[in-house]
Design a protein around this ligand. Sequence first.
Ligand SMILES: NC(=O)c1ccc[n+]([C@@H]2O[C@H](COP(=O)([O-])OP(=O)(O)OC[C@H]3O[C@@H](n4cnc5c(N)ncnc54)[C@H](O)[C@@H]3O)[C@@H](O)[C@H]2O)c1
Length: 268
Amino acid sequence: MIGFGAIGQVVADGIIAGRAGNARLVAVLEQFAQEYRAAGHQLACDPTITFTEDAARFNAAQFDLAVEVAGQEALKCHALEVVQRGRDILVASIGAFTDEVFFDRLLESAAEHGARVLLTSGALPAVDWMSAAALAGEGTVSITQSKPVESWRGTPAAKMVDLDGLRAATCFFESSAREAASRFPKSSNITAMLALSTVGFDETKVRLVADPTRVEMHTLIEFHSRAGSLRVEWQGVPLARNPSTSADVPLTVIKGIRNLCSTVHYGL
Ligand SMILES: NC(=O)c1ccc[n+]([C@@H]2O[C@H](COP(=O)([O-])OP(=O)(O)OC[C@H]3O[C@@H](n4cnc5c(N)ncnc54)[C@H](O)[C@@H]3O)[C@@H](O)[C@H]2O)c1
């Protein structure tokens, strides 16, 4: 596993508790590994697990699947080495793939070395159904992400709307997923997954909303195709360790690992 933060810790617990099929956790690459060891964290001190800040030590461990839950920069830093060793990588930081040069290079390298690049569904429900229905053609898709005002501080939104003066939900951005990803990279994981699995970055429409009446993240997807239409609306529950990540994300990673490490696959 690459990254031992809010998602990584829940995923590690899930693997150890046997919720991820036959998967076994053998190595963790975490930039603050030394701090975890010094604090006596049980998993960091487990002699059967390579828990390290050293990428070379991590890559020297014996494993078939790397699970990235560290962030877009970490993915760009470590993914190539993983696939060049013929190992599959399950990716959470899908927003990194808005950099198409990086994405193409990773895919080419994976193909060359017999590895696979696996994208977790993450915080995007119904991606299985939409990616199938999109094959019928003439698909259109839009995503509206509404977040509390606090969530938009420190992002370009602060210059696009008077966050402190808002009294009602206000849409401050409406454009393609490509434009959204370049201006709001930290919000791009869901939109990138939606775009890549349906109609692409230019055709996927994104609306970003600051809502002073909300304390949780709210997302709406509207999808139409010749095979059917779908409207999904959901509210994320923030993870205590990282309020910008919702609690469903580590569970989808655990489910993904379970699918890869079990005799039966649910929702392939
Ligand atoms: N696909 C989705 O729906 C979705 C949703 C939420 C988050 N994410 C992605 O998952 C990532 C992790 O989320 P989180 O909430 O666990 O974040 P987090 O900040 O709590 O944890 C990230 C961990 O990775 C470690 N890390 C960062 N860079 C590293 C590097 N170069 N080498 C080794 N370790 C490194 C950090 O020290 C931290 O412990 C996010 O950055 C985001 O890109 C995806």
